[in-house]
Design a protein around this ligand. Structure first.
Ligand SMILES: O=c1[nH]c(=O)c2nn[nH]c2[nH]1
Length: 295
């Protein structure tokens, strides 16, 4: 037997950083959860119990805090690249670093119509994510993403014309609720290294804003014939908006809301065009996935 693949490190490293503007008194906060996993000539730590090749996961955790102090933590694409580059440049036997950053939302409060200088609230479980792989001599591959953006529309969604056979009970529908929990990502062309990432810094926030706006605008405005078609349109619009992106992917649960037939009670009409009260379903749920590439 031999080691086919191995990587190790520290997961769930929670990091908070505040930026204080002395002139204006405005403070800005960032909170993220970081995972760093290392690859390289580490087999003997598995096969021989030889720990001489192990950068302790505790040291990896320490390094994350030190780099967060020494460097910008935003955009997350930059901080992930700084972190990964540190590990492959510091340890000769480490050949790749896998860095995942989940950025949580601290949205600045608006108090009496004005942005508050140092108060924030968590507006949703939505996160801005980055998965980066930094490989010695092979550059930096980054996938940026949005996770946990929960959306619903009360109409403007249809689903009909699907296969009807002896397994089918689903009625065709021309007006339905559509709700999903957005998990989408966009993969950047490989960066040659940290300097190339630094040269692209303004592109990362713009791409995230574009992807988020496109997702919500397309979701809201499309009279959707299916999740499949609407998510494909989101992908193509993001590709058009961000030239440096090679592929865009979505994984969307279809979070069903079932009509409740109440006709048994005094003939209440609550189905079809009369439906107003629905039963939101925890499961089962549809799950629709796509990755779109430049043709
Ligand atoms: O948008 C949808 N796509 C599907 O594939 C599907 N299947 N059942 N309901 C559905 N809705």
């Amino acid at each position: 037997a031999s080691v086919a693949q191995a990587r190790y490190g520290k997961d769930n490293v929670r990091v908070y950083k505040v930026e204080r503007d002395e002139k204006t008194g405005v403070q800005t906060v960032t909170e993220m959860t970081v995972c760093v996993l290392l690859e390289g000539a580490i087999e003997i730590s598995y096969t021989k119990g030889d720990n001489s090749v192990v950068v302790a996961t505790d040291s990896i955790k320490n390094t994350i805090y030190i780099k967060a102090k020494e460097h910008p933590v935003t955009p997350p694409e930059l901080f992930a690249s700084i972190l990964g580059t540190h590990f492959i440049e510091t340890y000769a036997h480490i050949t790749a670093a896998h860095v995942k950053i989940i950025t949580h939302r601290w949205t600045r409060m608006t108090i009496d119509g004005k942005p508050h200088p140092h108060s924030f609230y968590r507006d949703g479980a939505e996160t801005r994510n980055v998965d980066a792989v930094i490989r010695k001599g092979q550059g930096i591959d980054i996938r940026s993403g949005i996770v946990g953006l929960l959306v619903l529309k009360s109409t403007g969604s249809q689903f009909h014309g699907f296969v009807r056979d002896e397994f089918t009970t689903l009625p065709e529908v021309w007006d339905r609720i559509l709700s999903t929990d957005v998990d989408c990502g966009w993969v950047w062309k490989t960066f040659s290294g940290l300097n190339a990432v630094k040269a692209s810094i303004p592109k990362f926030d713009k791409a995230w804003n574009d992807a988020r706006e496109i997702t919500m605008k397309t979701f809201a405005e499309e009279d959707s014939p299916s999740v499949q078609n609407t998510m494909y349109k989101m992908c193509t619009k993001i590709m058009d908006a961000v030239a440096e992106v090679e592929t865009v992917d979505y994984s969307l649960p279809n979070k069903h809301y079932f009509e409740v037939d109440l006709s048994w009670h005094k003939g209440i009409k609550n189905t079809g065009k009369d439906a107003e009260v629905y039963a939101p379903q925890s499961g089962p749920n549809g799950l629709i996935q796509v990755k779109v590439a430049r043709s």
